[in-house]
Ligand binder design. Structure first.
Ligand SMILES: [Zn+2]
Length: 458
């Protein structure tokens, strides 16, 4: 890091911390309508910050929901252009009784910033604002072109984001999108997330008669919807953990030797993981390690199952209907729509006679994957190593950041996931916190990243 940047950051440490605290005091909970004004206040606050540090064309953009905050700086004609994406909305605070302090009265405790949004994701916006500020204040120019996109609905399914991206395709032209909404690996080891799973969520409804039947009078003569549902579910997966739906694995991109080596290199304590869960054994698809199965292989899980008599004691009926909610985590290049059709066809095929079966689609999201050797990812790795002193781990997250696929598919951009939250940040939970050393070093990492990116051949 240049002396000028360090001198600037040192001289502005108090002001920087104060701005972070101000941002966290705005209760921008996107899911609850009573906080809509607070979401707008957070957007306006952010727009003011962007303008103050020298970002141009700053706009609080209407989306039909909570606004997107846009701003750019485009005076590096021969350098790449990056979109910077983070979200300024936060999760609700329930259960409030488990918070040790008020969620929107942030404070510093030891080396942590405590408060809702301190990590997810206001802490990462803080990092980007202060990195940009430091470069513009000391050099009067950025080494790359930046377009900031700060969303206000990430925690409530990004309802309006895709349409906004679609409508703003022209002004969002770029070479890559940098998403800062992820974090470090166990042990607070710096990490770059290179894969996110997608999802396909379905419901299966099995119906027999119009009302429950006496199992003595009718048992043996009619189909039992609960038994039928159990047969269907049992047919979906083999004892080897493989999903038996024909075509299910057709689009799965096989793990390369490099991918498998990256998984094997992660410092993962499998026994400790099992112990923490209190389970007699870990299970899953044969031929893959636990981390591979969790991050890079598709799954099929029953999320809920109901039907028939669920009260105390015995009631001898043949239930009129039975239901299951089932979700599949998807990996590249599986498509949620295609997977739904395959599941539906197979379920209808294996459904036993004597009942009617309905399969409905409850929602989906596409998986995403960046190759570890993409130059923009390697630039991020060099920036991490230069500032944190260790090379990053490459991790695949089992969950999803749907916006990632939106940038890939709507804008056609490669995505780099560079995030700095510690693994024990309690995001979405009471007592959320951010590691201040991670945030402070993260500011330097982002500065180093733009310099690294500027050096890449176009
Ligand atoms: Zn987030």
């Amino acid at each position: 890091m240049t002396d000028a940047i360090e001198t600037y950051l040192a001289a502005n440490a108090d002001r920087r911390l104060a701005a972070y605290l101000d941002f966290l005091r705005i209760p921008s909970i996107s899911a609850q309508p009573e906080y809509a004004a607070a979401c707008r206040e957070a957007a306006e606050w952010l727009a003011g910050q962007l303008e103050a540090i020298g970002v141009e064309h700053v706009e609080v953009c209407e989306t039909g929901g909570h606004p997107v905050v846009y701003g750019d700086w485009l005076h590096a004609p021969d350098a790449p252009t990056a979109i910077v994406y983070c979200h300024y909305d936060v999760q609700p605070v329930d259960p409030i009784a488990l918070w040790e302090t008020a969620p929107f009265e942030p404070f510093v405790k030891g080396d942590r910033m405590i408060g809702r949004g301190s990590a997810d994701d206001k802490g990462q916006i803080h990092i980007h604002l202060r990195a940009t500020e430091a470069i513009l204040a000391t050099r009067a120019a950025l080494p790359v072109n930046l377009k900031f996109v700060f969303e206000g609905e990430e925690e409530s399914s990004s309802v309006h984001l895709d349409a906004w991206l679609e409508a703003n395709k022209e002004r969002l032209g770029a070479d890559l999108a940098l998403i800062s909404d992820s974090g470090f690996f166990e042990g607070n080891r710096p990490a770059i997330t290179v894969g996110l799973r997608g999802i396909c969520y379905i419901q299966v409804d099995v119906t027999g008669t119009a009302f429950d039947l006496h199992s003595g009078t009718f048992g043996g003569a009619v189909q039992n919807p609960a038994n039928a549902l159990a047969q269907i579910i049992a047919a979906l997966k083999g004892p080897d953990g493989r999903i038996r739906v024909p075509g299910f694995y057709d689009d799965v991109v096989a793990l390369s030797e490099v991918d498998r080596a990256a998984f094997a290199a992660l410092p993962f304590d499998e026994e400790g993981y099992r112990n923490e869960l209190g389970l007699p054994a870990l299970v899953g698809e044969a031929g893959y390690s636990t981390l591979e199965r969790r991050g890079a292989r598709p799954t099929l899980d029953v999320n809920g199952l109901w039907g028939g008599f669920e009260g105390q004691g015995a009631k001898t009926i043949i239930p009129a209907h039975a239901h299951a909610k089932i979700s599949c985590r998807l990996v590249p290049a599986q498509d949620p729509g295609t997977i739904f059709e395959l599941l539906r066809a197979f379920i209808l095929e294996v459904a036993p006679p004597g009942c009617s079966v309905d399969v409905s689609f409850l929602g989906g999201g596409k998986p995403s994957l960046t190759s570890i050797d993409h130059p923009a990812t390697q630039a991020a790795a060099r920036a991490i190593e230069a500032t944190f002193g260790v090379p990053p781990l490459y991790i695949r997250e089992g969950g999803s950041i749907p916006v990632c696929a939106s940038f890939e598919t709507i804008l056609g951009l490669p995505v780099v996931l560079l995030g700095f939250t510690p693994p024990d940040d309690h995001a979405h939970s009471p007592n959320e916190s951010m590691s201040l050393p991670n945030a402070e070093t993260g500011i330097r990492t982002v500065v180093a990243y733009w310099d690294e990116l500027a050096r890449l051949p176009r």
